[in-house]
Design a binder for this molecule. Structure first.
Ligand SMILES: *[C@@H]1O[C@H](CO)[C@@H](O)[C@H](O)[C@H]1NC(C)=O
Ligand SMILES: *[C@@H]1O[C@H](CO)[C@@H](O)[C@H](O)[C@H]1NC(C)=O
Ligand SMILES: *[C@@H]1O[C@H](CO)[C@@H](O)[C@H](O)[C@H]1NC(C)=O
Ligand SMILES: *[C@@H]1O[C@H](CO)[C@@H](O)[C@H](O)[C@H]1NC(C)=O
Length: 737
C-alpha cells in the first residue's frame, strides 16, 4: 500500500508546479504582464465574487475579456468537494492528523486535489488549522488536524503540497483566532502576541512555506478589529512577517468595509454579496473602482490584489488547459465526469491508520472468530433515510463519519460498521445479533444473547449555522450523545465482553464507561469518511494493527481542560500558551488518555537515543521567504532513536519527540512536540526514527524583540510513544552567543 501511495504521490508531483520563491517569481512576472492588459472594471472583477449562487461554485469571480482568464471557481472544503457528486468523502482532517503519517497526509491532499481539478475547481477551500482546537468543545475542530501546532503544521504542509501538486489552489483557513462557533460573526478573539505566534500562527507558517495560493480570513474580530480588515494580521503578520505571496480571500460575508479591508490587505471578497441582507450590498465591485478614483484606495493596492490573484493561478499552471467546471452546486451537483478513481482504497487506509486503540484488556481484540456477536447502537448502521439525508450532514442520525457544516461532502456511499462486520462474520461463521437503535433495554437484550458485544456511540459537532439536537455548532458538553453512557452501562450489565467503538468529532468523557468492568476495549474511530466500516473491520479483526495516536488529550472531566467556548463577545484567550497537554503538564493534571496516546497489537522498545544538535543562540534573521525569516528553517541537526517491534505481529509505531526549553526562556510549557516519525515494523524488526530539527523548533517568540529566539542553556529531550509515555530522555546545550 505504501508503495502504491508513493507512486500516486510521485505521479502527482510530476505534473506539478514549480515550488518555492523561484516559482513565485516566474508567476509574478506573468501576472504583471497580464495586469497591464486589464481595465479597471476587470481588475475589481477579479477580486469580487459574482454573488451567492451567481455561478456554479460556492464562490465565483468575474471573467475579464482582455486576457484569457476564467471566472475563478472556489469550492468547499477540507475533506472533499461539497455540493458535487460523485466525489470521495475522505476522512476528516482530525483523522488524517491521528495517522501521524506524512505520506498519507500528502496522498489524501493529492487525491482531493485531483478530484477538484477534474471538476474544474480552481480553488479548494481547505485545509484548516483554525480552529486549532483550544476549546475541546469547539464546533469545527474536526476540520483541522490537531490541537498541537506542530502536528497541525505538518498536516497543513503535506496536504497543501499534495493538493497543489495535483494542480488545484489550496486555501489555508481560517485566519485568525476562529476558535468557536457561538457569536463567531460578532465576537473578538483577543490573543497575546506570544500565543498568537507559538500556537495559532505556527501551522500557517507551514502553509505559507508550502506556497499555499490563498488564505481565508475569518469571521471573528481579532483584538477588536474584523479579521478581514485587520492591518495587524493581514498586512503585517501574514504578508510581511510570513512572506505570503498569494491572496487573502474573505470568508463568506466576513467583509465589513470596502476601503478599510482593501487597505488592511484583503485581496478578494466572497461571495460578492451579503445573503443576509438584500442582494446587491457589495463593498467592492464598482465601489472599489470609485474608492480608487477618489483616492481612498491607491491604484497600487488594487494592482497588488490582482497581481496576487493572477500569480497564484499561474503558479499552479492553471493557464495550461485547465478543465471547465463540470457541475453546478445549485442543482444537485451532478458532475459530467467521475473523478473518484480508486480513492476509496486511500480513504480506507487513512481511516484504518487513524483508529486509536485506547483500551484492550485480556487481549479481547483482535476478535478471533467469535461465535455470537452483538452489534449495538444507531451508530452501527447508516441512517435509514440515507447517508446524505440531512443537508450539509446537519443531523446525527445513523453512523457518524463526518461532522456538519460547509466542510462536508456528499457520500458516494457509506460502508457502515454493521455491514462490514456482517461480511466478516459470514466468512468466520459468526452469528450477528443486532440492535441498531439507542435503546438501552434492546441493547442489553442483544448483548445477553451474545458472547461479545460491540457498542457504538457518538458525539457530533459542526458549523454554527445549523443546530443539531440543541448543539449550535459547538458542543454543549463532552458526553456521548443519544444516551450513550446508559446504553453502555446496560450492555455491560449483561455481557462480560464489551467493546465500545466511538465515532466522535473530538474528546468525550469516558469515566462512566471505564467504570464498567466488562468494558474491555475502547476503539476510537473519529470521523472516518465513506470507508468507515471496512477500516474498522481491518483493525477489529487484526488484519492491521492499530497505529493511530490521539491528536488531542482525553480528560477525566471537562473542567480539566481549562478552556471552552464562551457566550461572551470577548474571548481573551486566558489559556495563553497552556492549551491541551501543555496545560495538563504545567498544572500537574492527570489526563485519562494523554495527547499522542494509542495502543497496538504489538509492542515496541526504544533504545540508542542519539542527539546531534548544534545551533547558535539568539534570533533567526535573514530575508523573509515563504513561511518567515529564512534562518528559521535552517537545520540545526537531528535526534534519532532505534525502535524495535518486540511483539508477535507487524505494526506501526509513531515515535514522538518533545522538547523542553532551558530556564533562560521566559516561562514556557514543560514540553512541546517538535518531531515525529511513523515506522512500520515486522516482528523483531528495528528501524531508526529520525527527527529533523530547524531553528524554529528550538525557539520561542520574543515579544520585545519581535523575533523567534533560541535561548541559551540546557534543552531537555523526551522521546516516546506518547506525550507521557517517555522511553528515552536526553539533553543538549546551546551556549549563549
Ligand atoms: C473593460 O473591459 C470590459 C470587458 O472585459 C468591458 O465590458 C468594459 O466596458 C471595459 N471597461 C472600460 C471602463 O473600458
Ligand atoms: C493583540 O493584542 C495583544 C494584547 O494587547 C498584543 O500583545 C498583540 O500583539 C496583539 N496582536 C496583534 C496581531 O495585533
Ligand atoms: C470613496 O469611494 C468609496 C466607495 O464608494 C466610499 O466608500 C468613500 O467614502 C469615498 N471616499 C471619499 C473621500 O469620497
Ligand atoms: C433523524 O432522527 C430523528 C429522531 O429519530 C428523526 O425525527 C428525523 O426524522 C431523522 N432525520 C433524518 C433526516 O433522517
Amino acid at each position: 500500500m505504501q508503495n502504491l501511495l508513493l507512486a500516486l504521490a510521485l505521479s502527482a508531483a510530476a505534473e506539478g508546479y514549480v515550488a518555492g520563491s523561484a516559482g513565485w517569481d516566474a508567476a509574478y512576472a506573468k501576472a504583471q504582464i497580464a495586469l497591464q492588459k486589464l481595465n479597471q472594471t476587470e481588475k475589481v472583477g477579479l477580486a469580487t465574487g459574482v454573488t451567492w449562487e451567481g455561478g456554479p461554485c460556492v464562490g465565483n469571480t468575474y471573467a475579464p475579456e482582455s486576457i484569457d482568464y476564467p471566472s475563478l471557481c472556489l469550492q468547499d472544503g477540507p475533506l472533499g468537494i461539497r455540493f458535487a457528486n460523485p466525489v470521495t468523502a475522505f476522512p476528516a482532517g482530525i483523522n488524517a492528523g491521528a495517522t501521524w503519517d506524512r505520506d498519507l497526509l500528502y496522498a489524501r491532499g493529492a487525491a482531493m486535489g485531483r478530484e477538484s481539478k477534474g471538476l474544474g475547481i480552481h480553488v479548494q477551500l481547505g485545509p484548516a488549522s483554525g480552529p486549532l482546537g483550544k476549546n475541546p468543545d469547539g464546533g469545527r475542530n474536526w476540520e483541522g488536524f490537531s490541537v498541537d501546532p506542530y502536528l497541525s503544521g505538518v498536516g497543513m504542509e503535506e496536504t497543501i503540497q499534495g493538493m497543489q501538486d495535483s494542480g488545484v489552489q489550496a486555501c489555508a483557513k481560517h485566519w485568525l483566532g476562529n476558535e468557536q462557533e457561538h457569536h463567531r460573526e460578532t465576537m473578538s478573539s483577543n490573543v497575546g502576541d506570544r500565543a498568537t505566534h507559538e500556537l495559532y500562527l505556527w501551522p500557517f507558517m507551514n502553509a505559507v512555506k508550502a506556497n499555499v495560493a490563498s488564505v481565508m480570513c475569518s469571521y471573528n474580530k481579532f483584538n477588536q478589529t474584523w479579521a478581514c480588515e485587520s492591518d495587524a494580521i493581514l498586512n503585517k503578520l501574514l504578508k510581511d512577517e510570513l512572506g505570503f505571496k498569494g491572496y487573502v480571500v474573505s470568508d463568506w460575508n466576513a467583509q465589513h468595509t470596502g476601503v478599510n479591508s482593501a487597505l488592511a490587505g484583503l485581496d478578494m471578497t466572497m461571495p460578492g454579496s451579503d445573503f443576509n441582507t438584500p442582494r446587491g450590498n457589495i463593498f467592492w465591485d464598482s465601489n472599489l473602482v470609485q474608492a480608487v478614483s477618489n483616492g481612498s484606495v491607491p491604484q497600487s493596492r488594487l494592482d497588488d490584489m490582482v497581481t496576487r490573484i493572477l500569480a497564484s493561478w499561474y503558479l499552479l499552471g492553471q493557464d495550461q488547459g485547465y478543465p471547465e467546471v463540470t457541475f453546478s452546486s445549485w442543482d444537485g451537483g451532478k458532475a459530467t465526469v467521475d473523478v473518484t478513481a480508486d480513492h476509496g482504497s486511500l480513504v480506507r487506509t487513512v481511516a484504518r491508520d487513524s483508529i486509536v486503540l485506547l483500551k484492550n484488556e485480556d487481549d479481547i481484540l483482535p476478535l478471533q472468530e467469535p461465535q455470537i456477536l452483538a452489534i449495538i447502537g444507531s451508530d452501527a448502521a447508516v441512517n435509514p433515510d440515507g447517508p446524505n439525508a440531512c443537508t450539509d450532514r446537519g443531523c446525527n442520525n445513523g453512523t457518524l463519519a463526518m461532522g456538519w457544516g460547509s466542510g462536508t461532502a456528499e457520500y458516494p456511499y457509506l460502508i457502515d460498521p454493521l455491514s462490514a462486520i456482517k461480511s466478516q462474520a459470514e466468512s468466520d461463521g459468526t452469528q450477528i445479533i443486532q440492535s441498531t437503535t439507542d435503546s438501552a433495554t434492546a441493547g442489553a437484550e442483544a448483548a445477553a444473547a451474545a458472547d461479545t458485544a460491540v457498542v457504538f456511540i457518538t458525539s457530533d459537532a459542526g458549523e454554527g449555522y445549523i443546530t443539531v439536537e440543541g448543539n449550535a455548532g459547538d458542543r454543549n458538553n463532552l458526553d456521548p450523545w443519544h444516551n450513550g453512557n446508559e446504553v453502555v452501562k446496560a450492555v455491560a450489565a449483561k455481557s462480560d465482553n464489551v467493546i465500545v467503538v466511538v465515532h466522535s468529532v473530538g474528546p468525550i468523557i469516558l469515566e462512566t464507561i471505564l467504570a464498567q468492568p466488562s468494558v474491555k476495549a475502547i476503539v476510537w474511530a473519529g470521523l472516518p469518511g465513506q470507508e468507515s466500516g471496512n477500516a474498522l473491520v481491518d483493525v477489529l479483526y487484526g488484519s492491521t494493527s492499530p497505529s493511530g495516536k490521539l491528536p488531542y488529550t482525553i480528560a477525566k472531566q471537562f473542567a480539566d481542560y481549562g478552556a471552552s467556548w464562551t457566550a461572551a463577545l470577548d474571548d481573551n484567550f486566558a489559556e495563553d500558551l497552556l492549551v491541551d497537554y501543555r496545560h495538563f503538564d504545567q498544572n500537574g493534571i492527570s489526563p485519562r488518555y494523554e495527547f499522542g496516546f494509542g495502543l497496538s497489537y504489538t509492542s515496541f522498545e526504544y533504545s540508542r537515543l542519539a542527539i546531534n544538535v548544534a545551533a547558535t543562540a539568539g534570533p533567526s534573521n535573514g530575508p523573509v521567504v515563504p513561511g518567515g525569516a529564512e534562518q528559521l528553517f535552517e537545520s540545526v541537526g537531528t535526534i534519532s532513536v532505534l525502535v524495535q517491534n518486540t511483539g508477535e505481529v507487524p505494526g506501526a509505531e509513531v515515535a514522538q519527540l518533545y522538547i523542553g526549553l532551558p530556564d533562560s526562556a521566559p516561562s514556557t510549557p514543560p514540553k512541546q512536540l517538535r518531531g515525529f516519525d511513523k515506522l512500520l515494523l515486522e516482528p523483531e524488526q528495528s528501524g531508526m526514527a529520525t527527527f529533523e530539527l530547524t531553528r524554529r523548533d528550538l525557539s520561542y517568540w520574543d515579544v520585545q524583540e519581535q523575533k523567534w529566539i533560541i535561548p541559551a542553556g540546557k534543552f531537555t529531550v523526551y522521546v516516546g510513544s506518547s506525550s507521557r509515555d517517555i522511553r528515552q530522555h536526553g539533553e543538549f546545550s546551546i551556549a549563549s552567543s
